[in-house]
Design a binder for this molecule. Structure first.
Ligand code: CAA
Length: 379
């Protein structure tokens, strides 16, 4: 395993840290409160190359490796997990999915726009009755020769309204079960595309999560990704990489809360001294730091395996399982260290605690990660 960071990695990390502090931190509390999508900030992230980090330069991307992506995701997530989920879905589910499995025409048509942040992408797998059990796709895509006719509903779609390009999984031949599922690239302007209800969420409130409705959308045949029936495998493969992004998001939420806690422990005084001088706080900080370091190593290990073209489904599920657990534990402790101040919005850690919870749910719950890990162990 190679955990050596190159000069390029360190430069990306620093650029992401600077951006997060100068552009995302101001207004992060208000955006959370008002559920306001960070439109201007995401546009700048695109200009700086954070929206298509791993896309090849020939398609307008940064051509960076997964480790650079993990480092940037951690820094952005330390400050604003709503911005980072948008970044993660765009990079690892949409751009990577198209570059890895799309046709040359699809890559040329969609990647430059997605990588530059001119367009945002969304990944549409979940449905009212197909969350963890993703094989139960009810959205249908009937083969009509030169096009597919797509009908159905999707739920909990990150970037649901802010996106313009959607990767949609739909069932074309129900009798074949998951082998009848196809993946398509669908554009928002196409007739029959309806953006539904916006979810009023506990955390990552500035990210826009919507239901979507598809009413007789005519999707050109050339917008199917891969061979007929490849859609489920496509989704599973893309999610293996997506989970590295969410693991890094969880890591960032934890390390953001930890850094605030260290700073607070040096400033806040009780019983005549800084609270960091009390052993009760020291033990908490030591445990938080240890867990964060372990989560970081799991994230980098999964990223390194992916970069070395080795199997990484198990490593990415482990990273997501553990980092999301750490995000929850560390943010709860961060609120505890901050005491009453931790319970109010100005000190950020209450938002981080709310944001942390989703990392144990999306791109597969913790229980799904355990299924993926066990599946890899037993196979
Ligand atoms: N990697 C590659 N292939 C996989 C895979 C993986 N991790 N898991 C399953 N597959 C393949 C299998 O090899 C199998 O292929 P064959 O038919 O060729 O043998 C096929 O998929 C079916 O496998 P299973 O029978 O094991 O499938 P299953 O139905 O028992 O369960 C599951 C699979 C892992 C539970 C899967 O349904 C799953 O991952 N569910 C969670 C879905 C999920 O993460 N949803 C998140 C939505 S996206 C999101 O949240 C984005 C966002 O907005 C932030």
């Amino acid at each position: 395993m190679n955990f050596q960071l190159t000069e390029e990695h360190l430069a990306v990390q620093e650029a992401a840290r600077d951006f997060a502090r100068t552009e995302l931190l101001p207004g992060v509390i208000e955006r959370d409160e008002k559920q306001e999508f960070p439109t201007a900030q995401i546009k700048k992230m695109g200009e700086l190359g954070f929206m298509g980090m791993m896309v090849s330069p020939e398609y307008g991307g940064g051509g960076m490796d997964t480790k650079a992506y993990v480092l940037a995701m951690e820094e952005i997530s330390k400050v604003d997990a709503s911005a980072s989920v948008c970044m993660s879905v765009n990079n690892s589910l949409v751009c990577w999915g198209i570059e890895q499995y799309g046709s040359e025409e699809q890559k040329k048509k969609y990647l430059p726009r997605l990588a530059s942040g001119e367009t945002i992408g969304a990944f549409c797998l979940s449905e009212p009755e197909a969350g963890s059990d993703a094989t139960m796709q009810r959205t249908s895509a009937l083969d009509r020769g030169d096009h597919y006719l797509v009908n159905g509903n999707k739920n909990w779609i990150t970037n649901g309204n802010s996106a313009s390009v959607y990767i949609v999984m739909a069932q074309s031949e129900a009798e074949k079960k998951h082998k009848g599922i196809n993946a398509f690239i669908i554009e928002k302007e196409w007739k029959g595309f309806v953006v539904g209800k916006k979810e009023n969420k506990m955390g990552i409130r500035a990210s826009d999560t919507h239901s979507l409705m598809f009413n007789d959308i005519r999707v050109p045949r050339e917008n199917r990704i891969g061979e007929n029936g490849f859609g489920f495998k496509f989704a599973m493969s893309v999610l293996n990489g997506g989970r590295i992004g969410i693991a890094a998001q969880a890591l960032g939420i934890a390390s953001g809360a930890y850094e605030l806690s260290v700073q607070y422990a040096k400033e806040r005084k009780t019983f005549g001294q800084e609270i960091g001088k009390h052993q009760a706080i020291q033990f908490k900080l030591a445990e938080m730091a240890t867990k964060i370091e372990a989560a970081r190593l799991l994230c980098l290990q999964a990223a390194d395996l992916k970069d070395q073209n080795q199997s990484y489904a198990q490593a990415s599920a482990m990273a997501k399982l553990y980092a999301s657990q750490v995000a929850m534990e560390v943010t709860i402790e961060a609120v505890q260290i901050h005491g009453g101040y931790g319970y109010v919005k100005e000190y950020h850690v209450e938002r981080m605690m709310r944001d942390a919870k989703i990392t144990q749910i999306y791109e597969g719950t913790s229980e799904i990660q355990k299924m993926v890990i066990a599946r890899e162990i037993l196979n």
